[in-house]
Design a protein around this ligand. Structure first.
Ligand SMILES: [Fe+2]
Length: 422
């Protein structure tokens, strides 16, 4: 085989390796270093470096072999020097070429020669200088041939494209990170606004302070226990905060009536789920179905609820969860005309009304979540905090919950629970 053919095959092999390095998703600096070594190895060069720049300014060393960092320190490039790289021939890149029109080489000739750099090849991508490959002479002492120049130019271009791609990916990652941060901020603002609304709703009702906030938390706990995704859990928490937003349009005296209200006032109060829907529907929420959950939080499985008298399958699962959280909080907090009910009493109510007012699957999930806290299986005691420390105390509490879960899950086998989420 002719020596020149052999060299050609070797060069193509090196180029293929370089392509693979650049396409690889590994460490960027390692990629540049390997690429430079391939170039040095292919032409048997003593030393070399790859430096990068983004616009005029200092040159940053990415890979170096046979040269020192100190030797390369302080190299800068200005606008005119970049320009002269864009229009020069490769022979202009020879440091020894005194007649070279390259202004960068002209300015740094002495320093480059002192470091043993003989060739400065720009890496040009999309009409811009992304950096330079600085090369020492051949180990054999021979001059660079035209073939060598071709090889160097091709390889420098490959490395330049690699650097350019890396920068684009970095910019992309930076923008993605910025977007994520902005999105998180927006989400926090949205949640804070919703909580402020919840507080406004609760202020109107002087007997149920903190009710909306608690319904939001109970709903979140139940949904998580039912295996909902984080996104869905966040959504139902918001729905819990806002479920009574329609009360904002109901007369304060009716909401605060100390005893049971008459039929007229009752129908006025019962407008609040539909009114809540009217308020929430035009708003673009980041979570689905929030207006519907508010609208149907007073529906019952047996069809005796309001506003639409929907039955079991027609009621969205989210509304069923909010309905239970709402009733549970009503039963476990003091009202002007009655004290809160004991936990035994509440469990009796939940058992009796499962399948009539409440969905048994939802009640079972809530009971499981409470039982986990009672048994100390959860790190946080969120339910206990809301109910007060003593409310869930006593041996009988765990037994009551276990019995309730067994009764309800007997009616709703685990398989059916997971297959009918919504
Ligand atoms: Fe309500």
């Amino acid at each position: 085989m002719e020596p020149s053919t052999q060299k050609l095959i070797h060069t193509f092999g090196a180029l293929a390796d370089l392509g693979q390095e650049i396409a690889g998703t590994g460490d960027f600096t390692e990629m540049v270093r390997t690429s430079m070594h391939l170039l040095l190895g292919t032409l048997a060069l003593r030393r070399g470096a790859v430096v990068e720049c983004s616009g005029p300014g200092p040159l940053r060393c990415v890979a170096i072999w046979g040269l020192t960092d100190q030797g390369l320190a302080g190299f800068e490039i200005d606008e005119a020097e970049m320009e002269s790289f864009l229009c020069g021939e490769i022979s202009e890149s020879l440091v020894r070429n005194e007649s070279s029109a390259n202004v960068f080489i002209g300015r740094h000739r002495e320093k480059l020669a002192n470091e043993g750099i003989e060739l400065v090849v720009p890496m040009i991508v999309r009409g811009e200088v992304t950096g330079m490959v600085l090369l020492g002479g051949k180990a054999s002492g021979e001059e660079f041939s035209n073939d060598d120049f071709e090889t160097i130019r091709a390889m420098a271009r490959h490395i330049g494209v690699g650097i350019h791609t890396h920068r684009l990916l970095e910019q992309l990652a930076q923008r993605a990170e910025e977007n994520r941060r902005l999105y998180d901020e927006l989400r926090t603002i949205y949640r804070d606004t919703v909580r402020a609304f919840a507080a406004a709703i609760d202020i109107k009702d002087k007997y149920t302070q903190g009710h909306s906030e608690r319904v939001g938390r109970y709903s979140e706990i139940i949904a998580r226990e039912m295996g909902w995704s984080e996104q869905e859990v966040e959504g139902i928490q918001i729905a819990g905060y806002l479920h009574d937003i329609g009360k904002l349009i109901v007369d304060r005296d009716i909401i605060n009536a100390p005893y049971h209200i008459d039929a007229k006032n009752s129908s006025e109060l019962n407008r609040h789920p539909s009114a809540g829907y009217e308020i929430l529907a035009p708003i673009r929420h980041p979570y689905a179905d929030i207006p519907l959950m508010a609208k149907h939080h007073h529906e019952r499985l047996d069809g005796r609820g309001y506003p639409d008298g929907l039955t079991d399958q027609q009621i969205p699962m989210g509304a069923k969860i909010v309905a239970l959280a709402d009733s549970f909080d009503a039963m476990t907090t003091d009202r002007p005309y009655r004290r809160r009910r004991s936990f035994e009493d509440v469990v009796v109510d939940l058992r009796e009304n499962s399948g009539k007012q409440f969905d048994g699957k939802v009640v079972a999930a809530f009971a499981r979540a409470i039982l986990k806290e009672v048994k100390g299986e959860t790190r946080e005691r969120r339910i206990t905090k809301m109910l007060g420390k003593s409310y869930l105390e006593g041996e009988h509490v765990a037994t009551l919950l276990t019995d309730l879960i067994m009764d309800l899950e007997g009616d709703f086998p685990a398989k059916a629970q997971s297959s009918s989420r919504r």
